[in-house]
Design a protein around this ligand. Structure first.
Ligand code: PLP
Length: 356
């Protein structure tokens, strides 16, 4: 029986992604070879790559003047590539938690970081008055904070190029891509398996590259000029992303994903707010729809481990909170169903009735 998977990433993927990827591992679409065996230079794999790019463009409504890349190295490699390529003197970083912090650490190697942070309240909110200086090379934000459980649901407007880490909320809502110079993320939440990184980059960013020696593999220009095939790309992962993108389209696209995200999050946050045992940790207006974080009220704290075991008996897995925050984190990405969330909510209610 398939469990109700609330893992933060890698995480639940659509049945279509799992079924078609497993078929392709046996044989890639009548090619007589597995996706694990096929040459990345073959027409069979090129068709997969082209399709993945075309679907990404269609589903996210990406304008013509952007290039889509599928790379290795994870979002963490982008933390280093972004300042390496684009930071001349100064960049603005919105620090909304662990992942922004890691990005900032890399940027500080290349210049001055102007930072606005929500650290004063343990990253439980999104700072609102950003006051971005006019002379920054770019602005970096993390739209969904996988660990602290906050999310930015609007597309900001800045004069400087806006770069967004959307690792954990890509494809969960329509985005006005034209407001961003670059959007990137590790695929392992809403897109596919771990091991591939998506980058959506506006072509004119190549004109803004800093005048310094950059290793070939770390240059955006290298990958943009070679259609993500400068070196061997993660073929099977790209295949799985293509299947997820096709699934999103089949489900009704990003409007449908957006509604589902709202419905799932509303159900779970309402259950948290109505409970006397559980409580949320994040400012309500900034709550993430992808990573729902909650803890037990002080008098019930000793029951946290017991609740995780109890939820396990209902087949709900992956709800243990991140070690930096404690409590619980239910990650409800695109492939999570209402049934998954309803089962968790029922478990919370039953546990509370048994103990409160
Ligand atoms: C928002 C965010 N950014 C970056 C990362 C790091 O991604 P990767 O492991 O692909 O380097 C994660 C991983 O969970 C994340 O949630």
């Amino acid at each position: 029986m398939r469990k109700h998977i609330f893992n933060a990433g890698p995480c639940k993927l659509s049945d279509r992604t799992l079924e078609n990827t497993s078929k392709a591992i046996v044989e890639l679409e009548n090619s007589g070879q597995s996706i694990l065996e096929v040459s990345h230079r073959s027409k069979d794999f090129q068709a997969v790559m082209d399709d993945a790019v075309a679907l990404f463009k269609e589903v996210l409504d990406i304008p013509e003047n952007y290039t889509i890349l599928f790379l290795g190295g994870g979002a963490s490699m982008q933390f280093c590539m972004i300042p390496y390529n684009f930071m001349k003197k100064k960049a603005f970083y919105l620090n909304t938690g662990t992942w922004s912090n890691k990005a900032i650490k890399e940027a500080k190697m290349w210049g001055e970081v102007v930072e606005v942070s929500s650290k004063d309240k343990g990253f439980t909110y999104i700072p609102k008055d950003l006051n971005v200086p006019s002379d920054v090379d770019y602005v970096h934000i993390t739209t969904n904070n996988t660990i602290s459980g906050t999310e930015i649901l609007e597309d900001y407007n800045f004069d400087a190029p806006l770069i967004a880490d959307m690792s954990s909320d890509i494809l969960s809502r329509p985005v006005d891509v034209s407001k961003y110079a670059m959007i990137y993320g590790g695929a392992q939440k809403n897109m596919g398996p771990a091991g591939v990184t998506f980058v959506i980059i506006r072509n004119d960013m190549l004109e803004k590259v800093a005048d310094r020696q950059i290793p070939t593999m770390l240059k955006y220009a290298t990958h943009m000029s070679k259609g993500s095939m400068f070196n061997t790309p993660p073929c099977v992962n790209i295949f799985a992303c293509r299947e997820t993108l096709a699934w999103v389209k089949e489900m009704g696209g990003l409007d449908a994903m957006n509604k589902l995200a709202d419905d799932r999050a509303t159900l779970l946050y309402n259950a948290i707010d109505d409970s006397k045992m559980f409580k949320g940790t994040v400012a309500k207006e900034d709550r993430s729809r992808m990573n729902i974080i909650f803890v037990m009220e002080e008098q019930y704290k000793d029951l946290e481990a017991e609740f995780i075991s109890f939820a396990g008996t209902k087949n709900c897995i992956g709800i243990k909170g991140h070690r930096d925050v404690g409590g619980f984190r239910a990650s409800t990405y695109n492939a999570s169903t209402m049934a998954d969330v309803e089962t968790l909510v029922a478990a919370m209610k039953e546990f509370e009735a048994n103990h409160a």
